[in-house]
Design a protein around this ligand. Sequence first.
Ligand code: SF4
Length: 341
Amino acid sequence: MPVLDTFGRPLRTLRVSVTDRCNLRCHYCMPEADYTWLPRENLLSFEEIAGLADLFGDLGVDRVRLTGGEPLLRRDLPRLVSLLAHKPWLRDLALTTNGVLLADAAGDLLSAGLHRLTVSLDTLRPDRFSRLARIDALPQVLAGIAAAPRAGFPSVKIDTVVSRGDNDDELVDLLEFARSEQAELRFIEYMDVGGATGWRPDVVVSRAEILARLTDHYGPITPIADPGSSAPAERFSLPGGQVFGIIASTTQPFCAACDRARLTADGVLLLCLYAQHGTDLRRPLRAGASDDTLRRLVEAVWQGRADRGAEERRQTRDRGVYIPVRTLRKDAHLEMHTRGG
Ligand code: SF4
């Protein structure tokens, strides 16, 4: 039986951030000029990650997603993939990447046992990409998306954070691109999680607005029923049959079904994207705590979980930036790029 939190939500998914570094500086995640980084000596080794993952597996986790920062910046990442891919408790092993380094890595990731890939892509326009991500890397990202099916990945997902005035005029272009790549696109509402120091409510393009605009262009859109799913994306079908998703994290949060724990690259367990504090697993692990002690620690922390950050934020009046820059500077764990988005 999976372990349940105070709302009866099971622990099923583990998101592991393998590095807090990133080679892009996207406006909704890393808009500042400089950052406080995790000390390198604190980063968990692949063996430490795989060992901790086993404890989560004992408690009911059967899905793991590798994130960052940009996970492909972590040297020799396929070795971690292969350590995890052979776990008997694992049903789904996925990776979220910005795609810049994917073209060269896709084959090795598949051979190592990775099941699924999600690539972030917010625009198809090179000048816009350079402005929004502060580096000129769109050709590399597109090459990465094209390389994934060639390497043998059966399907690729593309994640697009939509923000008003930045890329909300590209909804149709991005869907057409996804269709041409046989990828499934998910539009994500701009969230005010740590790191989003430029967030404003009026910049959010809501699920309702995305659907209205796409209906104007394509005609009636059909929701795809997926009862019992804990996946954050709602899926829809266009009149021609193309399927896409919307992750309405800001206007229609899905905390009630959230089964996700997050492990930062330095071994801090977070129970929510909005969590202000975590539980350090690295110190007891490196101090020699037994597997049983660590497993009981994770179990107790999950059983005490009452997090529903996005729902609470939705009820906030005069909603603005969640965590000010001066606070983020003092604790890198509050940053979105540290906790894996
Ligand atoms: S805000 Fe927190 S509890 Fe809600 S869905 Fe996101 S991670 Fe889960």
